[in-house]
Design a protein around this ligand. Sequence first.
Ligand code: NAP
Length: 330
Amino acid sequence: MQSDDRVALRATEGLVGRVVVTGAAGMLGTAVIDRLADQHEVIATDLAAGYRRKGVRWSLFDLCDRDALSRFLLAERPDLVVHTAALVDVDLCEQNPSAAERLHVDTTDVISRTLAGWNGSLIYISTDSVFDGSKDGPYDEGDHPAPPNTYARTKLRGEAACLTLRRATVLRTNIFGWSRAERMSFAEWVLRGLVERSALGMFSDVQYTPIYVTQLAEIIESVWQQGVHGLYHAAGLTCLSKYEFAMLVASVFRLSADNVTARSVDDAGLTANRPKNMALRSARLSSALGRAMPPAIDGIQLMRRQYDDGWVARVKGRAVAPGYRFWEVA
Ligand SMILES: NC(=O)c1ccc[n+]([C@@H]2O[C@H](COP(=O)([O-])OP(=O)(O)OC[C@H]3O[C@@H](n4cnc5c(N)ncnc54)[C@H](OP(=O)(O)O)[C@@H]3O)[C@@H](O)[C@H]2O)c1
């Protein structure tokens, strides 16, 4: 189909724009395609297909294949690319820095150069871990990044590749949510530990500002619609420790927290360095969008509602057991 025909078809279907979402089968990607598919033509891309819903078309290939990526973009000519694909396993990035470099830097470079051909927009999802944690208090956009590991270093270089484009937005964040795949997210790991009452040792010396993926997906849509470009922090309003996060999950899901204990990240024996202060201040984005960032408790409540109303089962593509035993089929 020719590009003009596509625009005409979109208009007759009442769709606003054409959006490519990378990493669309991942935790954030799933929330983004679900949010955008009602109003936009969404092309989801990943290594394997994720949530299949009306309004989402899947295209499966390895983004690190530069030729395949630019061919795909030239054929689709999206108005917007939301680039969420990443190697989020920090220790794996340490062991395989060239894979991290290819996915975080090279793909972003290809996407921004290709989008420049038709003045397209790019929203690149970055991370709070570009900072080394030595600041006392939450980080602003003006603070100097000092990435402590390969994951963070390559994500930061991806930011620079993104910002070469005129209509580019970098959103640094820290997210939580339901994963679509059987691989468990951090919040799911906490919830499972609470439901099963297994010993949960949570870091009380790592502070962060997590945001729920569905809420970040809404913010991503607003960023695009309101034409907000540049570097922004897009995190939650509440600064809390991982231990406090687990206590909040227990309280919202009405589960006992007797099995949760506080521990130090220093005793965890992790391969890659992790900063202790990962808190971001998102005041700049709040004022650009004219809305407050959500507190952690709102996101956890929404996470619970999405289980209760069947959204989690739909996204996971299977029935889930009652009592928040999400890893079991009902
Ligand atoms: N999770 C967090 O706590 C966190 C914190 C701060 C920032 N972020 C950022 O938020 C974004 C989304 O994170 P997430 O937790 O949603 O990640 P995720 O669930 O791991 O999703 C990333 C997706 O990208 C896919 N992918 C990896 N390599 C690919 C390749 N070569 N070609 C095509 N697709 C590929 C992954 O597929 P496979 O699963 O098959 O590898 C996965 O489906 C990332 O940019 C991340 O850096 C995340």
